[in-house]
Design a protein around this ligand. Structure first.
Ligand SMILES: Cc1ncc(COP(=O)(O)O)c(C=O)c1O
Length: 373
């Protein structure tokens, strides 16, 4: 089966370990296990608890303890609606491989995480792209979306909050999209891996699965919870969808690691504390970025409303890949080129890493930018 190479993952594989200031990374400053245990008050007896664990496959769809924690991230879901996966990347892959057949009409926004259009395309879907544009604050133009949907539409793929733009669809917009999907019985798959990272709204964010009976939400511990090393994600959907996914999951997952499951449960049980830590990081860091952008005459952006990334528009006449490589060579700062996500002329910054790395990295870039003139 042919599949398009995954632009952003290839870029990260090539350069992530060769930079001094990683401003391409999309996690909120990752935690150590020690930080997690301190934050959750579990430092004592942990070694004893871990050493007693029998290294079996564990509960196949994820432990009840973990699934009930994941279910509690939603307004109307129970553990029966949750399936644990290898990261959100495993969740997305399973969902498309389970639902999309050759010839099925799939509508995806762009830019987005490439899985959402390249996997359906590789499965032979009749793919339709809706570009989200800076003129519309990187939100979907609903009249254009409506035109793309007809009785044959099998699935609509969203990513909310959006990587790379940092745009955020609220309940009203999602409800409108649900009404289009319901009119033709289409599924809505919404990658919600950045859910809970809003800049101003105190709410956690509306999930598609709470709005729509054919809504499917994917998420993980990687971004909002700063624990990408667990490689733990989930699919939240109605049991019928999950049964179908399960047939595929048996072939490529069996279960997730029980240590991953265990630490994820501890983290979600302490999620208010993680939220306090992480909200501070993303809000403080965005104000550092915002200040930097407003002082850079050749850089502009649409200020993100959520997530951990933003697209920066530069007005130099150079392809984004060359621009990023030059900056990396001369300053040690890693951005991600727009060309890796079909957004030539832009670069993506991940601004939620360590504030010191962000501040120093941006300073280095400022010193070098005049050389592009
Ligand atoms: C939108 C989106 N979905 C999914 C993933 C994969 O995340 P995970 O680490 O949970 O597999 C990423 C990672 O960058 C992402 O940005």
């Amino acid at each position: 089966m042919y599949i398009e190479p995954f632009g952003i993952e290839m870029w990260m594989n090539e350069f992530e370990d060769h930079c001094k200031y990683n401003l391409a990374e999309t996690c909120i400053k990752s935690m150590t296990i020690s930080e997690l245990l301190t934050l959750s008050g579990r430092n004592e007896n942990i070694t004893e608890e871990l050493s007693k664990m029998k290294m079996t496959y564990g509960e196949i769809t994820g432990s009840k303890r973990l699934r009930s924690q994941i279910a509690s991230l939603f307004a109307k879901q129970t553990s029966e609606n949750v399936m644990v996966t290898h990261g959100a990347i495993g969740a997305n892959s399973l969902v498309y491989n389970s639902l999309v057949n050759k010839g099925d009409k799939v509508v995806s926004i762009l830019p987005t995480y490439q899985q959402h259009y390249s996997i359906p395309e590789s499965l032979g879907a009749d793919l339709h792209i809706l570009k989200i544009e800076p003129e519309n604050n990187f939100l979907p133009d609903l009249s254009k979306l409506k035109q793309l949907i007809n009785d044959n539409t099998k699935l609509i793929a969203l990513n909310n909050p959006n990587n790379p733009t940092g745009s955020l669809m609220g309940k009203e917009m999602l409800t409108e999209i649900v009404s289009y999907a319901r009119s033709c019985g289409a599924f809505i798959v919404c990658d919600e891996v950045y859910r809970g990272t809003n800049q101003s709204n105190p709410e956690y964010g509306t999930s598609i699965v709470d709005l729509y009976e054919k809504g499917i939400s994917t998420g993980s511990m990687s971004k909002t919870y700063s624990l990408a090393g667990l490689r733990l994600g989930w699919i939240t959907a109605n049991p019928e969808v999950l049964q179908n996914v399960f047939i595929h999951r048996d072939y490529n997952t069996i279960s997730v690691g029980i240590l991953d499951d265990y630490f994820a449960a501890i983290a979600l049980e302490s999620r208010e504390k993680i939220a306090i830590r992480n909200t501070k990081i993303i809000r403080d860091n965005l104000s550092i970025l915002d200040n930097w952008v407003s002082n850079e005459p050749n850089i502009s952006y649409i200020k993100p409303k959520a997530g951990t990334t933003a697209l920066l528009k530069y007005d130099f006449d150079i392809p984004s890949r060359d621009f990023c490589i030059k900056i990396l060579e001369k300053t040690g700062v890693l951005f991600a080129p727009g060309s890796a996500m079909e957004m030539e002329g832009w670069v993506r910054i991940g601004y939620a890493n360590d504030p010191k790395i962000l501040t120093e990295g941006l300073k280095k870039v400022s010193e070098y930018l005049p050389k592009f003139k």
